[in-house]
Design a binder for this molecule. Structure first.
Ligand code: NAP
Length: 552
């Protein structure tokens, strides 16, 4: 850090890089940049590290990528020494891991907690960002890195009367730190995405009665979570070089798994069914990689969707409840597939009711009930599992202005525009980690985070070595990338679903397929090629102006 006098004569803290957010992206960004000798300050609005795992403390929250893979790979010592207790770690354990990393790499001294970044403005004369914080302070930095997370801006539903409800209201994405005990209570859960599907079975065990309000049924595959034995951990650790290499370079989604070599229609009914059965019994996200054309061919996709619908009918005793739980308005996998523990069988419990709010929407929430038509479903507590303003929501909350005073919100009014999901034209020296236009949420986030952090670090080091002042995506490169992202998405079934990938869950949000679906391995290759060609598609300008250093 350095300090230089500002116009009022007071010293302004100045950093090479300001990082926004201390989740897994921000923590690794700090570690990596600091290792290269950059001065870095991280601002985090929570009072601890962990990002999404800091906020999402709802009952049943756990990872849907196996923990031996949903973990940092940048330090072999770290991955060899950390003991994951279960195949899919629960949220408290993931948060403990984040805290362990913060301590092990001594990150905390460079993180300012309980501080939001309110504004960031680029000064075209100095080529510096001026960053205004919620504590009223302004700091300057040559680079700003948004490590704000893709799913961290919890979205409250707009339901009449919600504010007047007299019981407790919880959002899964903003869960209290203290234990919430629903014992003896009548609980209503609104929303049946991953968060609802994970929390429903756990809440059902506590509540006197649980009513699940479902607007859209979702496909869910059993996790078959289990305790990891020491032998299993050791076996996995021994093959880490192969696992990590595959996830980074060869995979499409950052997950080590068998690569399918045939399409669903290449097998006969019996063979196909037995493959689905085997994947169902194995559990987890790899269900969707049993064949190579499930995301591309609707008829192929239907075979997998029908299999899951049949499973739901087998598990759920009441035929009408089973029918309602069977998804029927989107191809399987085009909304993020859910991974559950006993979700469908929970509806066989006598204390659980499913209410279809697609055909009969919630009219209002009264002081003590959810009103649908003439019926009041009385509840003592409400759990809103209603999701996030994904991918752009957290960025949009910061007032970011680039060249000519244009704000990022103005530029992205019709949907996010980036080059490689890393930078947006008109906003020099501003990086986004796992931003829209990169594989991000379609991948194991850890793999994508590490790739972006490594790329950004190489890039700013390249600039430092050449004393370059500013770097910016060109309009032409950005336009071509946006077109490519759309073209690849349009060649799949994904745009057929009203998903948060499309921004469809937020009223008024432009419908654009936000993540890049071209695959983690190919995407990495593209980014590496861009760097190898001297950062093709970016302009790097000017010799750096000497910054006055008043104190250090
Ligand atoms: P989500 O997938 O967006 O699901 C939100 C649910 O709330 C949907 O069922 C939605 O219905 C419903 N909803 C929203 N607004 C509503 C309203 N006004 N009235 C009634 N229902 C409403 O959100 P999420 O479950 O929090 O999951 C988001 C993403 O976070 C996941 O897809 C996943 O990527 C990630 N996540 C991961 C894990 C994990 O790793 N294990 C766990 C949780 C979340 P519609 O579908 O009809 O809009």
């Amino acid at each position: 850090m350095s300090a230089s006098p500002n116009h009022s004569g007071k010293a302004t803290e100045s950093y090479d890089v300001v990082v926004v957010g201390a989740g897994f992206a921000g923590m690794y960004m700090l570690h990596k940049l600091r290792g290269q000798g950059f001065s870095v300050r991280v601002y985090e609005q929570g009072d601890g590290v962990g990002g999404t795992w800091y906020w999402n403390r709802y009952p049943g929250a756990r990872c849907d990528v196996e923990s031996m893979q949903y973990s940092y790979s940048f330090s072999d010592e770290l991955q060899q020494e950390w003991d994951w207790s279960e195949r899919y770690a629960p949220q408290p354990e993931i948060l403990k891991y984040a805290n362990h990393v913060a301590d092990r790499f001594n990150l905390r001294p460079d993180i300012q907690f309980s501080t939001r970044v309110e504004r960031a403005a680029f000064n075209e004369t100095t080529n510096l960002w001026s960053v205004t914080l919620s504590d009223g302070k302004t700091v300057t930095a040559k680079f700003v890195v948004l490590a704000t997370g893709c799913l961290s801006n919890a979205r409250m539903p707009e339901i009449r009367g919600l504010a007047g409800f007299k019981g407790k209201v919880y959002h899964t994405g903003h869960w209290p730190h203290e234990t919430v005990d629903f014992t003896g209570q009548r609980v209503g859960v609104i929303g049946t995405g991953s968060s609802g599907i994970q929390s429903v079975p756990v809440i059902a065990e506590q509540a006197s009665h649980l009513t699940v309000f479902q607007r859209t049924a979702n496909f869910s595959i059993p996790a078959h979570n289990a305790v990891l034995t020491e032998e299993e951990r050791q076996a996995f650790r021994a093959k880490y070089p192969e696992v990590r290499h595959f996830a980074r370079v060869e995979s499409r989604n950052g997950i080590y798994a068998e690569v399918p070599d045939r399409g669903a229609l290449d097998d006969g009914d019996n063979e196909r069914r037995s493959k689905y059965e085997a994947r169902w019994n194995h559990g987890g996200l790899t269900f969707m990689s049993v064949y190579n054309n499930l995301a591309l061919d609707k008829i192929a996709n239907d075979t997998a969707a029908d299999f899951v619908r049949e499973k739901i009918a087998e598990i759920v005793a009441d035929p009408e409840t089973a029918r309602l739980l069977q998804p029927n308005n989107h191809p399987i996998g085009t909304k993020r597939i859910c991974i559950d523990t006993e979700y469908f069988s929970t509806f066989n419990r006598p204390n659980v009711t499913l209410v279809d709010i697609k055909s009969n929407p919630i009219e209002e929430i009264t002081t003590n009930a959810v009103r649908i038509g003439v019926k009041d479903y009385e509840v003592d507590a409400l759990v809103l599992a209603t999701g996030f303003d994904a991918m752009t929501g957290s960025v949009a909350k910061i007032d970011i202005s680039g060249r000519h005073g244009q704000t990022l919100n103005q530029k992205w009014a019709e949907g996010p525009r980036t080059y490689l999901g890393l930078m947006s034209e008109g906003f020099p020296n501003l990086f986004v980690i796992t931003g829209p236009g990169s594989p991000s949420v379609l991948s194991n986030m850890m793999v994508s985070i590490e790739q972006h952090v490594d790329w950004i670090t190489d890039c700013v080091t390249h600039m430092r070595e050449r004393h370059l002042a500013a770097m910016e995506a060109t309009k032409d490169a950005e336009d071509k990338w946006v077109a490519h992202v759309n073209e690849v998405a349009d060649s799949t079934l994904y745009p057929q679903a009203n998903s948060w990938y499309m921004g469809a869950n937020v009223p008024g949000k432009p419908r654009i397929f936000m993540p890049y679906i071209g695959g983690v391995g190919p995407y990495r290759q593209i980014c590496d090629d861009v760097a190898a060609k001297g950062y093709e598609g970016f302009v790097m300008t000017g010799a750096e102006q000497p910054r006055k250093v008043a104190a250090s």
